[in-house]
Design a protein around this ligand. Structure first.
Ligand SMILES: Cc1cc2nc3c(=O)[nH]c(=O)nc-3n(C[C@H](O)[C@H](O)[C@H](O)COP(=O)(O)OP(=O)(O)OC[C@H]3O[C@@H](n4cnc5c(N)ncnc54)[C@H](O)[C@@H]3O)c2cc1C
Length: 495
């Protein structure tokens, strides 16, 4: 693993070219990149929240290591981490009913709550209090459900959660007047209705993961961030280093660098790159792209009447990430409301990707796995088809189920990010569609990547601690005290 395998780069970001600074020499020499012999300690592929989190941690734990970030777009955090490409929910188990399908089993909700606590501690440590509000806003998290069956479920869920410490501030009601007090838009002009119930926790958050990524990247003072640089090849050399090659899309030049460790934080393109690295750990893995749309309003008259994120139950056959919710959002200091998501489909694996993306990930080993998932998930396929053909009017009717007096003139439909949902081989079923996030580690701990999308950004810090423990066992014990300082009294790691 790192520290045992290839020897450390004997510099802090210095190129092996004599006298060349790591920030210089962008032009190629006779077809060869100026960085072709450059050796760095860490390469982060992708400029989203995952690379930003890992980079910020490493910069703090090991300031003498050289780090290079490659981002294919002209700006950081412009894909899934961009605030309008995701829902901005600080997932902490307060309102996500899909984390608790059995109302008596709070294991997953409690785990997410614990991990989100670590995230909050980490962000508090890394980001100066003065700029904190740029990316994290306090927003109560609510649930609302309709009909006797779902009301019974929510009542039982509340009874389970209220005894557990992260959830004790949660309130429950079946009284329409109280729900109206908590979230007026839900009850205004609501026609006669059957049983209705809601929970509310005041300690929820709305997170601008784009602004957060930028702030975390800024803490990596020793890093070189290369925008418009698309990584296309990853090869392990005989001496144990990774050779990373790609194209500077702004100049049309090739670039090349060697690194002791590579993190593939490329979002929807992560599987594609890990396949290129030829690590056996992703053999048979595939991805299935799910896009999303939301309705958004910035009409102050509407926005000022809603202060929460209100989640509900998913429609029959809908995947867990399609749970409908009406959210207060704060982006660049401006307040909006957002409702959705509505599923969309495209073969692109990134919002700004290429139509050929999905096909480039197909291999002999994973094609049957993907096919098996399609055949076994008819209700999901039916749900997707229904969403794809749904008119704007039909989509708006779903919003009116939450907010009966919503006026179509106030709302615009916006395209959000692409999720590359992970599909894994399975002995019994051939293939299974998973909805979580999976850290993949290969090359004896010299390369790692993140696949899947949920709970995603909210738990990035605890995922990265897991990565550090797995990939850097020789340094990890030394890093533990600093990690505890960064992530609070409850240590992120045992020992
Ligand atoms: C619709 C939707 C709603 C969501 N809602 C939430 C939510 O409410 N809460 C939550 O916590 N999470 C949510 N998520 C998940 C969250 O957005 C992701 O988990 C998170 O943003 C992933 O971060 P990332 O850094 O891995 O990927 P990204 O932010 O997508 O960053 C990957 C970067 O890698 C770059 N890249 C790709 N390939 C290359 C290459 N070859 N060379 C160089 N650069 C490359 C891309 O351009 C991109 O900038 C949601 C996601 C979606 C799509």
């Amino acid at each position: 693993m790192f520290g045992k395998k290839p020897p450390a780069a004997e510099h802090s970001g210095k190129s092996e070219h004599s006298g060349e600074s790591p920030h210089s020499g962008e032009s190629p020499h006779s077809g060869e990149s100026p960085h072709s012999r450059e050796l760095v300690d860490v390469v982060l592929i992708g400029g989203g929240i995952m690379s930003a989190t890992l980079g910020a941690m490493l910069a703090r734990l090991q300031p003498d290591w050289s780090i290079v970030v490659y981002e294919r777009l002209g700006e950081l955090a412009a894909e899934s981490s961009n605030p309008w490409n995701n829902a901005g929910t600080g997932h902490s188990g307060l309102c996500e009913l899909n984390y608790m399908p059995d109302p008596n089993d709070a294991t997953k909700a409690a785990d997410i709550a614990r991990r989100f606590d670590l995230s909050r501690e980490f962000w508090n440590s890394m980001i100066p209090p003065g700029v904190h509000a740029e990316c994290i806003s306090s927003t109560p998290h609510m649930d609302v459900v309709f009909g006797a069956r779902d009301v019974a479920y929510l009542r039982e869920r509340f009874a389970t959660l209220k005894t557990l410490s992260p959830f004790t501030a949660m309130e429950y009601t079946e009284d329409p007047a109280t729900i109206e007090e908590w979230a007026p838009l839900l009850m205004q002009a609501r026609p006669p209705h059957g049983p209705i119930a809601a929970t509310r926790h005041p300690g929820g958050t709305d997170v601008d993961f784009g602004a957060l990524s930028q702030l975390l990247m800024r803490t990596m003072t020793q890093a070189r961030v290369q925008l418009c640089h698309e990584v296309r090849h990853l090869d392990r050399t005989d001496d144990g280093y990774w050779q990373i090659r790609g194209v500077d899309l702004s100049a049309g030049n090739a670039f090349e660098v060697r690194s002791r460790f590579v993190f593939v934080g490329a979002g929807g393109y992560a599987l594609k790159l890990l396949q290129k690295a030829r690590i056996p750990e992703v053999r048979g893995y595939a991805v299935f792209p799910f896009g999303a749309q939301f309705f958004r309003t910035q009409n102050p008259r509407v926005v000022e009447q809603h202060e929460s994120k209100v989640y509900s139950q998913a429609a029959l056959g809908a995947p867990p990430m399609s749970v409908p919710h009406l959210d207060k959002r704060v982006v660049d200091g401006r307040e909006s409301l957002m409702f959705g998501p509505y599923a969309t489909f495209s073969t692109k694996l990134l919002r700004k990707g290429r139509w050929t993306d999905l096909f480039t990930t197909l291999r002999l080993r994973n094609a049957p796995v993907l096919l098996a998932v399609g055949i076994q998930n008819w209700s999901l396929v039916r749900y997707l088809l229904a969403q794809l053909v749904a008119s704007r009017r039909r989509k708006f009717a779903e919003l009116q189920r939450f907010y009966p007096s919503a006026d179509p003139a106030d709302w615009e439909l916006i395209q959000a990010g692409q999720r590359a949902q992970l599909v894994k081989p399975d002995r019994r079923k051939v293939g299974v569609l998973t909805f979580g996030t999976e850290l993949v580690v290969g090359g004896e701990g010299t390369i790692a990547g993140l696949l899947g999308a949920s709970p995603g950004a909210s738990t990035a810090p605890s995922i990265m601690v897991e990565l550090l423990a797995t990939c850097f066992p020789d340094q990890f014990d030394e890093w533990k005290p600093e990690l505890r300082t960064l992530m609070g009294a409850s240590p992120p790691v045992s020992g």
